[in-house]
Design a protein around this ligand. Structure first.
Ligand code: GAP
Length: 446
């Protein structure tokens, strides 16, 4: 089965790459990620997050927020509007420069990103040679109109990065919170890019989420801050369970860097379709604040009271894609093995990100005493750990397989012995091992 949701009149077919089909299929079957607007044939580059996908995503975002905002005293959060005054995107260089080279096949009309073509002379869709003309620059920002008039004056854009909202609020944060350098502003939210070739599941989507930090520093200190955030990126991956040996740093050469960056490291991950960018870390200098200061006429300088010096802070920007994080987690966690002579699939999530921490079953759903006892245990655990699931559907084997595919670390079964001695069976997802535990121990087990 393929979930390639292209609309022919909008763009060209997008294959799901090798090695991804099983992950895409599990993600849909088990309620993690669905193709966007599927009942209407889909909308290329959009994905809808199902019940377990939302939990997984929220766990990742909450961990990130906790680690980089709540546990630090040099960071604050922000939630800026997605729609911004278009002047902000003119100043940042996105209106003039946020584009990819696009080519169109004169035979089948398929469109491609010129820099992604393996053979620039052959159309990958119809196989004809020499059908591409000159590449033209295609701006990736989604345009919309604000208000009732659809005129040039009412044009605005859906933000292509969350960073923009942070820069335009630099002065507001300074004036209301009065932080001292170095300090950072973090934001999690949607970003939109009209990608020429959305592909590889949620890896390259048109609507996606970012977790970004603009860390403002004295220009003399940019290198040490860059190093600190480089380590923090790895620490975050450790916390959520992305293996270090699957992440590789790439020093981006000047000609490949974004227009605002003087140094960039890409953190690449070994996805099933190859080694590709997971996160970025950029030294944006004072490019953005300077550009917004010039365009808006508002002073965005920082006053260093000790040195009695005014200057525009420089910026270190770690930028994390939520969707790519989830894809890396799914790819890292996806495991096939044999258990009790049967092949099975499970997601080896760590406890911190697992969408469901434990499932509670009555051994038999037609025995009221078992159901009542299991319900009691379920409700009491759920008060402490909300991500607990009740499951009485099908036989025990089926329930285990379902929970394995959701990535639930432990399953708790209430049986007739429970009624006698207040113990339950606790089954470990990775080993399949089952042990008896007193009900009183369950909170610590989870
Ligand atoms: N503010 C800097 C910035 O936006 P970027 O490298 O263009 O830099 C940052 O994007 C991160 O956002 C990427 O490393 C990736 O994780 C995610 N990202 C970018 N484009 C994406 C897309 N089309 N689909 C999914 N995630 C994307």
């Amino acid at each position: 089965m393929t979930f390639d949701n292209n609309l022919d009149h909008i763009d060209s077919p997008r294959p799901i790459s090798n090695g991804m089909d099983k992950i895409v299929s599990l993600a849909k079957r088990r309620g993690f990620i669905y193709p966007g607007s599927e009942i209407y044939g889909g909308l290329s580059g959009t994905w809808d997050w199902g019940p377990y996908g939302v939990e997984l995503k929220n766990n990742v975002k909450n961990l990130w927020w906790r680690m980089f905002v709540q546990e630090r005293d040099d960071m604050v959060g922000l939630d800026a509007a997605i729609l911004m005054n278009p002047k902000a995107w003119e100043a940042s260089g996105h209106v003039s420069g946020f584009s990819d080279p696009l080519v169109e096949c004169s035979n089948c009309k398929s469109r491609f990103r010129a820099d992604n073509l393996e053979d620039k002379n052959v159309c990958p869709s119809c196989g004809k040679k020499g059908t591409f003309g000159e590449a033209r620059q295609f701006n990736m920002m989604f345009k919309t109109h604000v208000g009732a008039d659809e005129t040039a004056a009412s044009i605005s854009y859906l933000r292509p990065e969350t960073a923009g909202g942070i820069f335009v609020n630099f002065k507001n944060v300074m004036d209301s919170i009065h932080p001292k350098l170095p300090f950072g502003i973090a934001q999690i939210g949607k970003a939109f890019r009209n990608e020429i070739a959305p592909r590889d599941f949620v890896f390259r989507a048109r609507e996606f989420e970012q977790m970004e930090i603009e860390y403002f520093v004295n220009p003399a200190e940019w290198e040490s801050a860059f190093e600190e955030w480089r380590n923090n990126v790895h620490a975050f991956n450790d916390a959520i369970g992305i293996p270090r040996d699957a992440v590789h740093e790439l020093e981006v050469v000047p000609e490949d860097r974004a227009h605002y960056s003087r140094r960039t490291i890409d953190f690449e991950f070994d996805f099933p379709f190859g080694r590709k960018e997971l996160y970025g870390l950029a030294y944006r200098t004072d490019f953005d604040l300077k550009a917004h200061m010039e365009a808006s006429g508002v002073n965005l300088e920082y006053m260093d009271e000790q040195a009695k010096q005014k200057f525009i802070p420089h910026v270190i920007e770690p930028s994390f894609g939520v969707d790519r994080t989830i894809l890396a987690l799914l790819a890292s966690a996806y495991t096939e093995d044999e258990l009790g002579g049967e092949s099975r699939t499970y997601l080896k999530f760590n406890k911190a990100v697992a969408p469901i921490k434990a499932a509670v079953f009555p051994l038999l759903k037609n025995k009221p005493q078992l159901v009542e006892k299991a319900r009691e245990i379920y409700l009491s655990l759920k008060k402490e750990v909300p991500q607990i699931m009740w499951d009485d559907n099908g036989n025990i084997g089926k329930r285990y397989r379902r929970q394995d595919e959701i990535g639930t670390p432990v399953c708790i079964t209430v049986d007739f012995d429970t009624l006698e001695n207040d113990t339950v069976t606790v089954r470990n997802r990775d080993t399949g091992e089952q042990v008896r535990e007193p009900i009183a121990n369950l909170k610590s087990v989870i």
